[in-house]
Design a protein around this ligand. Structure first.
Ligand code: PAF
Length: 283
């Protein structure tokens, strides 16, 4: 496995693979690998001749006061885990390499960046779209792998790829969960043992919503209310949002029909956790 820090060197190596008609799969990450990352890597490895992972804690997607400086970083362990997944290349650039000198260009994916998490993290998705756009241009992969846990991020990146005609296919893979249902996240490291236990209520509340919808409930407010009650009765936390939205526009729905996304963001101590489920209603 190669660890590359230089954009020029990475381009040379990948140009060479492309000339040999090798397919390139790409998993962009901020490191601190957990089983969710590993499942993306495994799929990327299985699908492609060349499997590439980037590790870059992207400063432009953190607002002042957010956890940029404390975000978990563990290069040594990440390298070991990527090796175990038979990854060919880790791209490990510095902030200076990606945002050199007078950096002025940003990708803003319009109104879908302002819904859900965008309400409390106003520039977050601009930072995500910009770095992923840059990484796609550097790597030029055939397929880019993302996790469903970051549902809004996937929708924003898919929209950007479509709008800007990036020649890359996006695959969004299911959320990997702990035994108790908690969605795997690098930020779970911020949780105490008790908070980790309590945070399992988030997925339970999403499953409760699914049960109610399967039983015929179509009123979004009723679903949100019952989820809110379920969470507050079982955990000491602060709910940022619970929303039932259209899977493409991410706009809130009043009456539920077709394909919907139920998403939430909840704070447990220092950890801001997000989770979601997709539901496809036949009637
Ligand atoms: O999901 C993440 O880890 C990041 O938002 C990403 C896609 C690597 C961009 O920095």
């Amino acid at each position: 496995m190669k660890i590359i820090t230089s954009i020029t060197m990475l381009r040379q190596i990948l140009d060479n693979y492309r000339r040999q008609n090798k397919s390139i799969g790409f998993v962009p990450t901020m490191g601190a690998f957990h089983k969710g990352h590993l499942s993306l890597m495994r799929r990327c490895r299985k699908d492609h001749d060349i499997a590439l992972v980037s590790i870059f804690v992207n400063p432009t997607q953190f607002a002042p006061g957010e956890d940029l400086s404390s975000y978990p970083r563990n290069k040594k362990n990440d390298v070991l885990l990527a090796k175990e997944e038979n990854i060919d290349i880790i791209f490990y650039p510095s902030v200076k390499k990606l945002y050199s000198g007078r950096y002025l260009t940003h990708i803003n994916v319009g109104e879908i960046s302002e819904e859900l998490c965008g309400k409390t993290r106003p520039n977050h998705f601009q930072g995500v779209a910009t770095i992923v756009g840059k990484l796609i241009n550097i790597v030029q992969p055939h397929v880019l792998y993302l996790g469903q846990k970051d549902a809004q991020q996937s929708v924003v990146i898919q929209q950007m790829v479509q709008d800007l005609n990036f020649p890359v296919k996006i695959k969004v893979l299911p959320t990997t969960r702990e035994k108790n249902g908690l969605a795997m996240s690098s930020r779970n490291k911020y949780l105490s043992v008790e908070e980790r236990k309590q945070a399992s209520v988030l997925y339970k509340s999403l499953l409760l919503a699914k049960i109610k919808i399967n039983a015929g409930q179509r009123n979004a407010n009723a679903i949100i209310k019952s989820m809110r009650r379920n969470i507050t009765e079982n955990a000491s936390c602060s709910i940022e949002y619970i929303a039932c939205v259209d899977t493409q526009t991410l706009k809130p729905l009043k009456k539920l029909r077709g394909k919907i996304l139920i998403a939430l963001a909840v704070r447990f101590g220092h950890a801001r956790l997000i989770d979601n489920i997709l539901i496809n209603m036949k009637d």
